[in-house]
Design a protein around this ligand. Structure first.
Ligand code: HSE
Length: 597
């Protein structure tokens, strides 16, 4: 049987730890999901180690004391680790919502061995192979921090012990560092909340870090990191920089001042509304202008009261707009607004595959001439980072062909038909769930997949075919009898887009309905899932995720926005706004992006 390598960079790991200071309430799991997605979309596999929600461990200790009056540390440990178990499950749910393939594992499922005092133990072993095997299906493994197992059950690692869990995972998995995400953007000479003269460090050695961190990083974790030569980073959510703790010389950091960027969101449908929620959750980074919609009265009653709506483009696209987010869809108004956004000096983030398929050369040229960012990750694959994978592989001439299930609506409907449901019911359900285009015939007839395939060709081979030249089969051509016959033969229908470069400098691209055997990876794609096989000289790379719907698509758009924010939000001095109209690094046809750090 063909071996499908789940990801091209399957063994590039990040260990990220999220402490209680960034998990203050249930809403914070979405923010943390953004941070994790930032890494997975560059092809990294992530171990996300989580603490309990803020205050939960204290509450559990207090409850344990109340009920048991401290009678048994071992049973108390069993109680207080529950905060981390709950937090790991919540993290898994938030990642699933965003369409990120995730596995949540309890310590005993990874043979995470601890030894010592039940309330102040150390970690002594991990079944590395068991963990690595889970990465065949998942991009993220969520592990509860703070405890492991000895022969008599769970024991905890002392307060702040999730830092130690992260350090040990980085050591056992051979990750290049453990990145501890806190509510401060690094280690300071003093508490920056109390001392305005406190300065941040870019780099510290282990002993200096222990002296100045005042418990910001668990002492035991620093000691183990030093002994095992694990690099530790302390960073905050969404930042590209960190304090690096390693065997090195101390380095104070230059002062950084960031200003919020003004965002004009065009459209408030399934995706636009999801994105606005993410923007509202980051007021220090983004200020939202009134959202451009056709009928403000329709959106206002149900929307968050902080959102304002307008049908006046001039009000939505204020003069001080930094970024335009196009979530209107279609190729009429959306097309002209995308061009004018870049002409007027705004960065453009869009999910509109039809506009990108038509105008990528024009829009890229405008972005390049004006020193602006053009981002459209969500246009293909929803939250599945296929374009990012291709951008990494294509410069190495590493792509021979790409095949993919790239329309979530068609996959959802084919799945329903395979279960014997009615076509019209399946279409209506896809519309209700927000997967389908405004006109679902765009999905059913293969037009949406053809647009996406054209963009894929561009990223895989540097060739943008005319979408009209991409042949396509429509779901309407598929009779219930054909589906039933396929099922009888053990086959399942999928809509598959495929492109391969020919040796005349052209590309053969088509959207087909294919009856596939159950052993084919696309056969396992359920509902709105997307999956892509990249044919490479070394074999096949398979990536999958959720290809449509509010949260996966909003996740990809928000990741694009955060990339733009990290590139452009720095002011030269407090209160002074600069940089967004400056020339930036030149863009080729691919999407420039920083590494996730
Ligand atoms: N209608 C599209 C789909 C939305 O179903 O895949 C995501 O591009």
């Amino acid at each position: 049987m063909t071996q499908y390598q789940p990801s091209s960079q399957a063994r590039r790991f990040s260990v990220l730890k999220f402490g209680s200071s960034v998990l203050r309430n249930a809403d914070d799991y979405a923010r943390v999901a953004h941070e994790i997605y930032r890494h997975t979309r560059t092809g990294e596999k992530v171990v996300a180690v989580v603490s309990a929600l803020d205050g939960e461990t204290d509450a559990l200790f207090a409850m344990g004391d109340q009920v048991g009056q401290g009678s048994s540390d071992r049973v108390l440990a069993r109680l207080v680790r529950c905060g981390e178990l709950k937090s790991a499950a919540l993290m898994g749910l938030a990642l699933e919502r965003s369409g990120v393939p995730v596995a949540v594992l309890d310590p005993h499922e990874m043979d995470l061995v601890a030894s010592g005092d039940p309330l102040d133990a150390n970690l002594s072993g991990l079944n590395r192979e068991k963990v690595l095997a889970r990465f065949d299906q998942a991009d993220v493994i969520v592990a509860p921090g703070f405890f492991g197992e000895d022969e008599n059950g769970p024991i905890t690692l002392g307060r702040g012990g999730t830092d130690l869990t992260a350090v040990m995972f980085a050591h056992w998995l051979g990750a290049d560092r453990a990145r501890l995400i806190k509510d401060v953007d690094g280690v300071y000479s003093d508490d920056p909340a109390k001392n305005p003269d406190a300065h941040r460090f870019d780099a510290l050695d282990y002993e200096a870090a222990r002296k100045v961190s005042h418990g910001l990083v668990q002492d035991k974790a620093i000691s183990r990191a030093k002994a095992l030569d694990v690099v530790v980073e302390v960073a905050s959510l969404g930042k590209a920089y960190a304090t690096r703790i390693a065997a090195q010389v101390e380095k104070p950091a230059a002062a950084r001042v960031e200003r919020p960027l003004r965002v004009a969101v065009l459209g408030h449908g399934a995706v636009g509304a999801g994105l606005c929620q993410h923007l509202l959750a980051h007021p220090n980074r983004f200020q939202l202008s009134p959202i451009l919609v056709r009928n403000p009265a329709k959106h206002s009653p149900d929307a968050d009261p902080r959102l304002h709506f307008t049908q006046d483009p001039a009000e939505a696209l204020r003069d001080d707009t930094d970024i335009v987010v196009e979530a209107l869809g279609g190729t009429g108004f959306a097309r002209s607004l995308s061009q004018s956004a870049l002409r007027d000096g705004r960065h453009l983030v869009t999910a509109n595959k039809a506009v990108i398929a038509l105008d990528l050369a024009l829009l890229s040229g405008l972005a390049r001439e004006n020193g602006l960012d053009l981002r459209y990750s969500a246009a293909v694959g929803g939250g599945t980072p296929i374009l990012e994978h291709l951008d990494e592989l294509a410069p190495k001439n590493d792509v021979l062909a790409v095949e993919g299930v790239m329309n979530g609506t068609c996959n959802f409907i084919l799945d329903a038909l395979d279960r014997g449901e009615l076509f019209a019911d399946a279409v209506a359900e896809a519309q209700r769930l927000g997967f389908a285009e405004a006109d679902p015939s765009t999905d059913l007839d293969g037009d949406d997949a053809a647009d996406k395939l054209a963009i894929i060709c561009h990223h895989a081979f540097g060739i943008m075919p005319d979408v009209r030249d991409i042949s396509r089969e429509s779901l309407s051509d598929l009779s219930p009898e054909r589906i039933a016959a396929a099922r009888e033969a053990g086959l399942v229908f999928k809509q598959v887009g495929r492109c391969v470069a020919d040796n005349t400098g052209g590309v053969d691209a088509r959207v087909e309905l294919r009856a596939l055997p159950q052993s084919h990876p696309f056969a396992a794609l359920r509902n709105e899932a997307n999956g892509f096989l990249i044919h490479r000289p070394q074999g096949l790379t398979y990536i999958k995720g959720k290809g449509a719907g509010r949260w996966p698509t909003a996740e990809a758009m928000f990741a694009d926005l955060m990339d733009v924010q990290r590139r452009h939000a720095r002011s030269a001095s407090p209160g002074k706004t600069t940089t967004t109209r400056q020339k930036t690094a030149s863009q080729d046809h691919r999407m420039p992006r920083e590494s996730a750090l």
